[in-house]
Design a protein around this ligand. Structure first.
Ligand SMILES: NC(=O)c1ccc[n+]([C@@H]2O[C@H](COP(=O)([O-])OP(=O)(O)OC[C@H]3O[C@@H](n4cnc5c(N)ncnc54)[C@H](OP(=O)(O)O)[C@@H]3O)[C@@H](O)[C@H]2O)c1
Length: 248
């Protein structure tokens, strides 16, 4: 059994994040999660789990520390941070998400992807490390993607962000280790929902064809690993990218 951890889950209202919140609450951890634009499903999840939900837009840099501070106060401290937020495309056409060809990616959209998927998570880790270091313990997990570690068909701006997270985790792990803070990245392949809904049926089929286990993954499979990595049973895994892609 893990010792209960006071955990903030950024993007806990999403497809993967909700599975992580459910797993952590089942395991007896105290959880506060954040959402961004979709307050109604976040409120429903908070009610289901009996936990608090706070609004946070990682692109609004100046709000990250105050929101995390509020979450930390609600928890009475901080043992673990999970970053399960993410933006798969910053492009829209007629209000609908659109994955453009790489040569059509506009600079502003690229910058927004970096802000939400890289800069925001970095600032959140920076803030959390400041809380965890004095207590000489802590765990962080970021949800990356197979797109950042293997050459798969992928939106170029998204793949760049996910590859940046590999470097972020490796670099932070080196320094945070001296404070007994462990940080890891989980890189899922395609899952059966969430941002994968943006992908074409052809790409899904192609993935399943090349996947050793001949299926897409589930958010519960990601949540089980996130729970292990933030738990006290994880004593020696840090700076790693755990690839959960069914053997692509
Ligand atoms: N689903 C997959 O197949 C898959 C595969 C590989 C990797 N991943 C990774 O898993 C993570 C979660 O994906 P998902 O499928 O669960 O996506 P999702 O269902 O769209 O959830 C995304 C989460 O991020 C939050 N979010 C969006 N923009 C944000 C912002 N600007 N600031 C803070 N939070 C923001 C969303 O909040 P609101 O809904 O309230 O806006 C939501 O909680 C992402 O990092 C993604 O890259 C997913």
């Amino acid at each position: 059994m893990d010792t209960p951890a006071r955990t903030i889950v950024i993007g806990g209202s999403g497809y993967v994040g909700a599975a992580i919140c459910r797993q952590l609450v089942r395991d007896g951890h105290a959880v506060v999660f954040t959402y961004c634009r979709n307050a109604a499903p976040a409120r429903a999840l908070a009610e289901e789990l009996g936990v608090s939900a706070l609004a946070l837009d990682l692109a609004a840099e100046e709000t990250i520390a105050p929101v995390l501070q509020k979450a930390c106060e609600a928890l009475g401290g901080l043992d673990a941070l999970v970053i399960a937020s993410g933006l798969a495309t910053a492009h829209e056409r007629a209000g609908q998400p659109l994955v453009p060809a790489w040569h059509e990616v506009a600079p502003d959209a690229f910058r927004r992807m970096l802000a939400v998927n890289v800069t925001g998570p970095f600032l959140a880790c920076q803030w959390a490390a400041g809380r965890m270091a004095p207590q000489r313990r802590g765990r962080m997990v970021i949800i990356g993607s197979i797109d950042g570690v293997k050459p798969v068909p992928s939106p170029v701006d998204y793949a760049c962000c996910k590859a940046a997270l590999v470097g972020l985790v490796q670099s932070l792990a080196k320094d945070l280790g001296r404070h007994q803070i462990l940080i890891n990245l989980i890189a899922p392949g395609i899952l059966d929902g969430g941002i994968a809904a943006l992908l074409s049926p052809e790409l899904h089929a192609e993935y399943v064809k090349h996947c050793t286990l001949k299926r897409v993954g589930t958010p519960a499979e990601i949540a089980a690993w996130a729970a292990f990595l933030i738990g006290t049973r994880n004593t020696y895994v840090t700076g790693q990218t755990v690839i959960l892609d069914g053997g692509l």
